[in-house]
Structures are given as C-alpha cells and as structure tokens.
Ligand binder design. Structure first.
Ligand code: ACO
Length: 427
C-alpha cells in the first residue's frame, strides 16, 4: 500500500488505502466503503473496478501490451508451444525440458473421455450449435469425475485442471464430428496436443491422417493467443461461479456460456460472416458508414475492445499467421484482401481514430480457421478450448486467494417502493 484516497460523502471525509501492483494502475481499496458510508459504488460493466488480485496476465490497453506471467504474447507466440504456455499460466514459470515432457505426458493421459459421455452427444439435434453441445457436455463432466471435485484439496484441483485441459480437444472434436455425421475418433497420444486435436477433428477411421506441420504450428499459435486474457467476461464468469465453491466442470460450462456471446468469443464467427457479407473491397465504405450510423445497430465485428485502445497485439500475430497458413495450404482467400482493406480504411477514418477502435484478435482469426477447414460455428469452440487453460489457472488462483469471498455485487434499486398486495378481482 502506498497512499490513501480521500472520499467525501455528505460532508464527511473517509480515507481508503491505495494498493499498488507490480505494474499498471493503482487501485483504491473500497472494501469498507459501504460499512463506513452506507453507500454503494456504481460501476456497471466493471469499467473502473478491479475484482481481484492476479499474478497471471497483464494488459496495457493503451500501449497494446499483453504479458503472461511477465512474458510478452508476441515472444510466446513466436517461440513457445501451447503446452508450455499452459504450464506457465498454471505454475508461474516456464517449464524446464523435463518438466514440460512430464506435463505433456500427464495431459496426454487424460485425453480420453468416459465412454458413456458419447451418449450425451446423441441427445442433441444434429444441427445444434457446437457451443451449445460444448456447454452441455463440459457441464456434464461434473457428473463423471467425483474424485476431483473437492476444491479445497490442491491435488484434486490439479487433477480437475489437467482433465479439463486434456479433454477439451476431445470434446470439441466430438462436437464437430457429431455435426457432420462422422464417427468420433479416439485420441492418439503419440501426437502433440494440437496435432491430436486436428486428427480427431479432420481424420476419419477409413484413412490415415497426416498432420500438416504448418497447420499444426499455426493452430498451436492460435491456441496460445487465446489462452488467457485477464479478467474478461468469461473468466470473470468462471471466477464468480467458482466463488460459491461450485464444481469446477460446472464453472467451466458457465465460462463457455459467457464466451458464446457475439460481443465476446462469438465475435470471430461474426467477423467472418461480416467479411462474407461485405464480399468485395468495393462494398467496404457502405459497411463503414453503417458502423458509424447511430441508428443502425451494425458494428464492425472484430473491431474495438474494452481494454485495448491500440492495436491488439494478438491481431498482429494473427495477421502474420494468415499468410503462413495460406502458403502452407496453397490457398488464397479473397476475404483476406477484403479484411486488409477494411482495416486500412477503418484505421484512417475519423470515427475509428477518435474512438480508438482497432482490430482485435478476432478480426483475422476467422480467415485462418476457415482456410484450415473449420466451419464458422466451430470458431468459438476453438476459443473455448484454448481459454480453458486461462479459466482453470484463474479458478485455481481465486481459490487460493486469502481475500476470496463469494462474488455478490450490490445494486441501485429503481423499482417500486413497498406497496400492499391487491386481490386480482380488485385490480
Ligand atoms: N464498430 C462501430 N462502433 C463501435 C465498435 C465497432 N466494432 N465498437 C465500439 N464502437 C463504438 C460504440 O458505438 C461507442 O460509441 P459511442 O461512444 O458513440 O456510444 C464507442 O465505440 C465505445 O464502445 P462501447 O460499446 O461503449 O465499448 P465497450 O468497451 O463496452 O465494448 C466491445 C467493447 C464490446 C468489444 C465493442 O468494441 C464491440 O462490440 N466490438 C465488436 C465485437 C467484437 O469484436 N468483440 C470481440 C472483443 S475481443 C474478444 O472478446 C476476444
């Protein structure tokens, strides 16, 4: 604690401690505010509220900086693997060679799901959105693993964390297979985490499946870019659900539900749909005009961010990865040209400059994922798969935080004051 903040309420002064992190804005500790003043603070959307302390991820939205445990996202995306980043987020340090091999081995030993879980899939309509399936099936894991649900036992928490990280690719691939009517494939633990996922998704039992190393690398990098992002909506949902001591698998299902929304993880699907609707670069000005029109609910999907008021550093890596995937697969999707031109025009438009609206991670991810062969409905599923690492790491951090309490916001009540019940025939 460095200083104190003074707040004056009804002519009386109250002092509140100011807490400093290792970097980033200080926070005013207002935990005693209500007890002392009888008032609440008002902050819908938590735009000025730190809900917890965390050592995992740091974002400087004005400078376009994203660090995991201190390491810049660009360096991690360039040099590490998703498993390495998962280890880093969970344990605080990059693994040594032996530690990484052990971690990969452990995760690979949890990739299978209980055979009975397959019957859950068959209960969904074939045209169900894969996020609906993912949400339901991940929630259902809570009924399968009773030996890892004592959240106060660190060993059980670790097992639950490993299970979630390991089983997400299997469940995500099963959701895809179910939607296209192909048989489920069992994991092949001789492959990497990401290679295994690609095989379970695109392989078929009738033929051998060769993992394309360039696609595997690109996919792994996409997973790294989505691994964690501080106290975003879905992570806060996981923390809030977990704050009541709920089952970890059910907490992840809550995170998946939140991630599905088009203002959050669903934006990558919406961004590609938007690019398809725009079609050719000539139509871009028409859509930019619509995005600026206050009477039109249309927004440029993949643009803008609650925290980044600069280029999202993940979008930079994503844009580079598009070219790598196109080269590896020898494809050239004209939508990428449309996306590049849209970015160029938007970034030179006064509306976007003034509001500091830049491309976010979702702007280019759809173009890549579509080139790899994923239908748009799977995009948010891939995001959920990667973000599970962040959710699990944040959930563990919350449970071990001595300041942790059940999340219970207050409100400004604007409804009727107390009144007497009137029988129905007298109304
Ligand atoms: N297109 C056009 N205008 C926009 C856009 C956009 N994509 N994003 C924000 N604005 C405008 C708003 O209309 C608002 O204008 P006003 O001040 O005149 O009312 C202003 O910019 C601020 O926007 P808010 O919605 O108040 O900002 P907020 O921080 O609440 O929203 C959000 C951030 C939800 C990401 C928003 O920028 C958006 O809807 N973007 C499109 C969806 C998207 O890409 N989401 C992905 C986020 S990244 C992720 O989840 C991985």
């Amino acid at each position: 604690m460095t200083d104190a903040a003074k707040v004056s309420v009804d002519g009386k002064d109250f002092d509140y401690p100011v807490m400093s992190g290792t970097v980033g804005p200080d926070v005013v500790d207002i935990r005693k505010f209500y007890a002392q003043t009888g008032d609440f603070t008002y902050d819908p959307g938590f735009t000025s509220t730190a809900s917890c302390q965390s050592k995992l991820t740091y974002i400087d939205g004005d400078e376009g900086v994203l660090l995991h445990r201190g390491y810049p996202i660009g360096e991690l995306a360039e040099n590490s693997s998703f498993m390495e980043v998962a280890y880093l987020l969970l344990n605080g340090e990059l693994p040594e060679k032996g530690e990484l091999a052990q971690f990969e081995h452990t995760i690979s030993r949890h990739t299978m799901v209980h055979e009975q879980l397959a019957t859950f899939f068959r209960g969904f309509r074939r045209d169900a959105h894969p996020m609906a399936i993912l949400c339901g099936v991940v929630g259902a894991l809570s009924a399968f693993y009773h030996d890892s649900t004592d959240i106060h036992d660190p060993v059980q928490r670790t097992i639950a964390s490993h299970r979630l990280i390991a089983k997400m690719p299997t469940i995500a691939a099963m959701a895809y297979k179910y939607s296209v009517g192909q048989p489920f494939l069992y994991p092949d633990n001789s492959l990497s985490y990401t290679g295994n996922f690609l095989r379970m998704t695109f392989g078929v039992p009738a033929e051998p499946y060769e993992v394309n190393p360039a696609v595997e690398k690109a996919m792994d990098r996409i997973f790294i870019l989505h691994a964690d992002h501080e106290q975003n909506a879905s992570t806060s949902t996981v923390r809030l659900a977990g704050s009541s001591g709920a089952n970890p698998f059910a907490c992840m299902a809550a995170g998946i539900a939140c991630l599905w929304g088009p203002a959050h993880g669903g934006a990558n699907e919406a961004a590609l749909n938007m690019l398809r609707e725009i079609g050719t670069p000539e139509r871009i000005p028409e859509f930019i005009a619509r995005a600026k029109d206050k009477n039109d609910p249309f927004r440029l999907m993949g643009f803008g961010h609650r925290v980044y008021k600069n280029y999202d550093p993940r979008a930079t890596v994503m844009q580079k990865t598009v070219r790598e995937v196109f080269d590896a697969l020898k494809v050239n999707d004209p939508l990428f040209d449309t996306a590049l031109r849209l970015e160029e025009l938007a970034l030179s438009d006064e509306y976007f400059i003034e509001k500091k609206l830049f491309p976010n991670v979702d702007f280019y991810s759809g173009v890549i994922l579509s080139a790899i062969g994923f239908p748009t409905s799977m995009f948010t599923v891939l995001f959920a798969l990667a973000r599970t690492v962040g959710w699990v790491a944040q959930w563990n951090e919350m449970i071990t935080d001595p300041d942790q309490k059940i999340g219970r916001p207050r409100q400004l009540y604007t409804g009727p004051t107390q009144r007497s019940y009137v029988p129905v025939d007298q109304r």
